[in-house]
Design a protein around this ligand. Structure first.
Ligand SMILES: Nc1nc2c(c(=O)[nH]1)N(C=O)[C@@H](CNc1ccc(C(=O)N[C@@H](CCC(=O)O)C(=O)O)cc1)CN2
Ligand SMILES: Nc1nc2c(ncn2[C@@H]2O[C@H](COP(=O)(O)OP(=O)(O)OP(=O)(O)O)[C@@H](O)[C@H]2O)c(=O)[nH]1
Ligand SMILES: [Mg+2]
Length: 455
């Protein structure tokens, strides 16, 4: 398995299809000079673009392009890297790739797996794991705010924050380990260095990083919002109003929507995955029944459920009875995830409580957007934010749990130093998962396999 990471690899680095320019690249621990000589007909000056024909085995030009050689370790992967920048036709690039494999037959070049160039950069210490993930997040970014914060994470913003925490933790661990080695002085040692104070400050700092990381994860993953409520309350109209497009069919007939209609919009750069669902009611209609069942599935998975009401019918006995039934079933959903919204404010008075709006006129939509962000705890301005993943949030939470346990141990008299040392070690391990200092092989495989080929 390890030896796979020693193989020279090659891939088309640019997106499939036609393009002005396309790049084939090779990364290898072994010298690429013979390969360069065969394809380019001469040696290349390091890190300098040379315009020349790329030749096949018979000496015929496949294309004229720019060749770039990055001798190890000064390359993206930290290995020797050769780039052939050709015209961006799929056939040209396939020919060039095949030519690289052929000319490098001695080296045993193989095709790179998705993410493998970036994985090499990680393995060779060019990027840590959080930065490598940011490469993929940058490529996948769907909003400008997400792209900018991915770029910040790629520059090491998250890694730096984690590094500060790690250094403080190491200092504390050294203190405790030293105390363990000199048991007769134990209490003094910890007290003199204010171990408890250090631990508290570390926890406070961790909480701040955790908060920023949560914001970063929101920016990357977005929020699942489901529009739910009785038929005809205006769910589809609200989806259309939020999306600014006629996506879902709107009619005065209750039971219009059956299939779930989803759309991703953004608010302040945060992606919102909004789903409009079938109106919730008891029905004999076979198709609508399936739609309603799917509505409940969507509700169960949502980060936020917008429970929509029709202000023109609020107070009517039959309408309230239906809402009561829905409410009873929504009791299974965490109340913190439910936002009650009163629609058709243009046609009726304001409700006693809750958020009033009109999908028809757009009144109240700005307030709804604000509430949605507030609901999921978004309070950041995207400036200064770094992109992050749920994986990072979980690792920080585990770090925090071990710090809390350590704090509990440290306040006992006398403190059980070996337990304290162990909790600090576990906290350190959990923190290390973020930058990949302590990451299991499976996790690494999982992370890099989600890249595109050639990255
Ligand atoms: N043509 C091309 N464009 C590209 C890339 C590439 O590989 N090729 N990249 C990648 O996919 C990104 C840039 N990333 C890179 C990162 C490091 C190095 C590099 O040569 N690093 C050396 C030298 C650094 C220096 O001169 O300061 C090093 O780290 O030692 C090159 C590209 C985006 N644009
Ligand atoms: N006056 C007024 N009418 C609205 C408003 N929003 C929706 N309507 C009307 O209410 C009716 C139902 O709207 P829809 O958006 O189809 O309602 P729905 O909740 O998706 O209904 P189902 O798909 O049947 O569950 C339509 O005639 C809309 O024009 C509003 O804000 N004000
Ligand atoms: Mg509808």
């Amino acid at each position: 398995m390890l030896s796979r990471h020693q193989d020279p690899i090659a891939a088309i680095a640019t997106a499939p299809g036609r393009g002005a320019v396309g790049i084939v690249r090779v990364s290898s621990k072994q010298d690429l000079a013979p390969l360069v000589a065969a394809i380019c007909g001469r040696a290349l000056r390091p890190r300098e673009a040379s315009y020349l024909p790329f030749r096949d085995a018979r000496g015929d030009a496949i294309d004229q392009g720019l060749a770039l050689l990055f001798p190890a370790p000064h390359s993206y992967t930290g290995e020797h890297v050769l780039e052939l920048q050709a015209h961006g036709g799929p056939v040209v690039l396939q020919l060039l790739l095949a030519r690289c494999m052929e000319a490098g037959a001695e080296l045993n070049i193989r095709l790179a797996e998705p993410g493998e160039f970036t994985q090499r950069a990680f393995l060779n210490g060019k990027l840590d794991l959080a930065q490598a993930e940011a490469v993929s997040d940058l490529i996948d970014a769907s909003t400008e705010a997400a792209a900018r914060s991915a770029s910040r994470a790629l520059s090491g913003a998250l890694s730096d924050e984690v590094g500060v925490l790690r250094d403080a933790l190491i200092k504390l661990r050294m203190l405790v380990e030293a105390t363990l080695d000199f048991p007769e002085e134990e209490i003094d040692f910890l007290q003199q260095a204010d171990a408890l104070g250090q631990l508290s400050r570390l926890s406070a700092r961790l909480d701040a990083v955790l908060d920023r990381t949560r914001q970063g994860a929101l920016l990357r993953e977005g929020i699942k919002v489901v529009l739910a409520g009785q038929p005809n309350v205006g769910k589809s109209s609200l989806l259309n109003a939020l999306a600014g497009a006629e996506l879902a069919i709107v009619t005065p007939i209750p039971g219009t929507t059956r299939d779930k209609v989803s759309q991703t919009i953004q608010i302040e750069g945060v992606p919102l995955h909004i789903s409009d669902t079938a109106g919730l009611r008891e029905t004999e209609d076979v198709v609508e029944k399936i739609g309603v069942a799917r509505s409940w599935d969507a509700i169960a998975e949502a980060d936020v459920v917008l429970f929509l009401h029709d202000l023109t019918r609020v107070g009517a006995a039959d309408y309230e009875a239906e809402d009561a039934q829905i409410r009873a079933r929504l009791a299974a959903v965490d109340p913190a995830r439910i936002v009650e919204v009163f629609n058709k404010a243009d046609a009726a008075g304001a409700p006693a409580q809750g958020l009033a709006l009109s999908a028809r006129t757009g009144d109240g939509l700005a307030e709804l957007r604000r509430r949605l962000l507030e609901q999921v705890g978004w309070h950041a301005t995207p400036e200064g934010l770094f992109i992050a993943r749920e994986r990072h949030v979980q690792a920080l939470k585990r770090t925090r749990e071990h710090l809390a346990l350590a704090h509990g141990v440290a306040t006992q008299q006398p403190p059980a130093l070996d337990l304290l040392a162990e909790e600090l070690r576990l906290a350190h391990d959990a923190l290390g998962e973020i930058t990949g200092a302590f990451s299991a092989d499976e996790l690494l495989g999982e992370i890099f396999s989600r890249f595109c080929i050639g990255k």
